[in-house]
Design a protein around this ligand. Structure first.
Ligand SMILES: [Zn+2]
Length: 559
């Protein structure tokens, strides 16, 4: 017996047997479950069946050793087999939005993904390759999504203040600058002073995000490094993809008669040092893991222009450029904030950011409600993204974000919940609010119509909103947000109705599908998902319709 060159992945050791009476043998030592998969290998051009099986090993005849490997198969060949052994497969209906306004409903498809969570196969379930995968017995048992349910990419939340989850759903009675002073800075300071509280709040936040189908989130944190590392640890251990921002702020915005203790870093230099340290330590949390398991990433986070000197902004711009680190902030959000910047800096928000090289393809800017069409063009040309937060805009911005115009000008846009300026963690609500606000804009547009010229349609529809919540947000974060080979498998199971009875799940009622108990079960044709059926879920559905959730192939939520 001779050991194979190279080291085999953990859990499996294999050797080559050179008994003269047979061409060659492999011995595989692993668990029984893995053995049974391996022995049913589809790669029969290279393997015959096992000749000897014991509890911990099996001998398989190698009929035709791979080329260029006189002493036996190479590790790469092994990895190929390993991918089959540990492959996960899901069969059912898949829904995604590959481009704006286009809903793809893919009936009876088979998706397979490898142990590291990357999609390796995605085709109709009746193609020759799918049939082969379904029939070879390799990998984990096939998960079948029943009729009446479907798989959807997980949602991306492009703007959420993690420490503000502490007071979610309260204190929405003031304009932005006063709201920050009275509620926000106090809450953030409290989290920095109490790591146990931070861990409790962030652990719950991660659980709520999964309940709401959010698989990737761009987070604002607090000033203090340790609190943000707790946030990153909570997201990593929950299995959520999280882009974590330590706040950078070296200007005190609290007023002299403020109720709040000052919440600010000492100066630009200290703030930049703290930002660099956080970047290193956040990377350090996951650097020991295989790349596919590193779910958290640091993000440079100048809070907004009023809290940052030009020196700090310039330093952050350089740091982002040199280290390739993402940037997030608030841009042209609210009337009082925009006026504050004009008075203090003598220019617009967007110019302040641009001067510091903070408008790049690595940047996501929240709100942008006060941007003009030329400003939107500028963002589009820079490749920067916008986190559209319709609910908090309604409370703080004084006017709606020009979503239709931004989309038409090819700006990258995703949706944000903006907790706690927004009170809902559910991106489903952000989608609905985005559509509702756009329809009000369209109504106003029609009423202000002058002459015979047909005004431009400023509304967006539910399919476009679904794109923003999945692929739009994903593209802003450098992710995929769709199902295709080579992409990570980030998905949520949506359950609409019982396939036997047609009875809706949770808040959903599909009267035309419901059957009397004595009636024969619904046929596959009856229960074939249509855009109408999905639209009802989009309008009325809630977390009761959500089943399992996967991020990078890991199942992070059970039902
Ligand atoms: Zn915000």
């Amino acid at each position: 017996m001779k050991r194979l060159r190279g080291s085999a992945p953990s859990g499996i050791v294999w050797v080559r047997d050179s008994r003269p009476e047979l061409p060659s043998y492999l011995a595989l030592h692993t668990s029984l479950a893995t053995l049974s998969c391996f022995l049913a290998s589809a790669d029969t051009t290279q393997f015959a069946t096992a000749t000897n099986v014991s509890r911990n090993s099996a001998y398989c005849q190698l009929i035709s050793p791979p080329q260029n490997s006189p002493s036996g198969p190479h590790l790469s060949t092994f990895v190929h087999w390993q991918n089959h052994i540990f492959m996960s497969k899901i069969r059912g209906t898949f829904v995604h939005t590959p481009r704006l306004g286009y809903l793809d409903i893919l009936h009876d498809h088979l998706i397979a993904f490898s142990d590291d969570g990357v999609i390796t196969h995605f085709e109709r379930a009746d193609t020759p390759q799918s049939t082969k995968l379904l029939g070879n017995g390799l990998g984990k048992p096939v998960i079948v999504i029943p009729q009446g349910s479907f798989m959807l990419p997980t949602f991306c939340d492009l703007h959420l203040h993690a420490p503000q989850f502490l007071y979610q759903g309260t204190g929405l009675d003031l304009p932005l600058m006063q709201w920050l002073d009275k509620y926000t800075l106090k809450a953030e300071s409290r989290m920095d002073e109490d790591p146990a509280l931070a861990k409790r709040v962030y652990t719950r936040l991660a659980a709520r995000l999964k309940e709401n189908g959010t698989g990737a989130v761009l987070l604002f944190g607090t000033i203090k490094e340790r609190t943000n590392l707790i946030l990153a640890e909570c997201m990593q251990s929950a299995g959520i993809r999280a882009f974590v921002g330590k706040l950078s702020m070296d200007i005190d915005i609290t007023s002299p008669d403020s109720l709040t203790t000052t919440y600010v870093e000492p100066n630009a230099s200290a703030s930049l040092d703290a930002a660099k340290a956080f970047v290193d330590h956040c990377h350090g949390l996951v650097n020991h893991l295989p790349e596919s398991q590193r779910l958290v990433e640091p993000v440079l986070t100048p809070r907004f222009v009023p809290t940052c000197t030009n020196e700090l902004l310039k330093g952050l711009g350089e740091l982002s450029e040199v280290r390739g680190i993402k940037v997030q902030s608030h841009l042209a959000e609210a009337k009082d904030q925009v006026e504050w910047v004009r008075a203090e800096r003598g220019m617009e928000d967007i110019d302040v950011f641009d001067k510091s090289n903070l408008l790049t393809a690595r940047t996501v800017q929240a709100h942008c409600t006060f941007l003009s069409p030329p400003d939107l063009d500028r963002l589009s040309n820079k490749g920067s993204s916008i986190a559209h937060c319709p609910l908090s805009n309604a409370y703080f911005s004084a006017k709606p974000f020009p979503l239709r115009e931004a989309l038409d000008q090819n700006v990258k846009v995703g949706l944000g919940t903006d907790v706690a300026g927004g009170y809902s963690l559910d991106i489903m609500n952000s989608m609905r609010q985005a559509v509702a606000v756009s329809r009000m804009r369209q109504g106003l547009n029609l009423m202000e119509r002058t002459g015979q010229v047909e005004p431009r349609d400023l509304s967006v529809d539910w399919k476009e909103a679904l794109f923003l919540a999945t692929r739009g947000g994903a593209l802003a974060l450098g992710l995929e947000g769709i199902f295709r080979v080579g992409s990570p498998f980030d998905a949520q199971e949506i359950r609409l109705y019982d396939a036997q009875t047609g009875i809706g799940i949770g808040p959903l009622d599909y009267f035309d599908l419901e059957k009397e108990e004595s009636a024969p079960p619904l046929s596959p044709e009856d229960t074939r998902l249509t855009a109408d059926v999905i639209e009802k879920w989009w309008c009325v559905g809630d977390s009761r319709n959500r089943g399992r959730v996967w991020v990078q192939g890991n199942r992070v939520r059970e039902v």
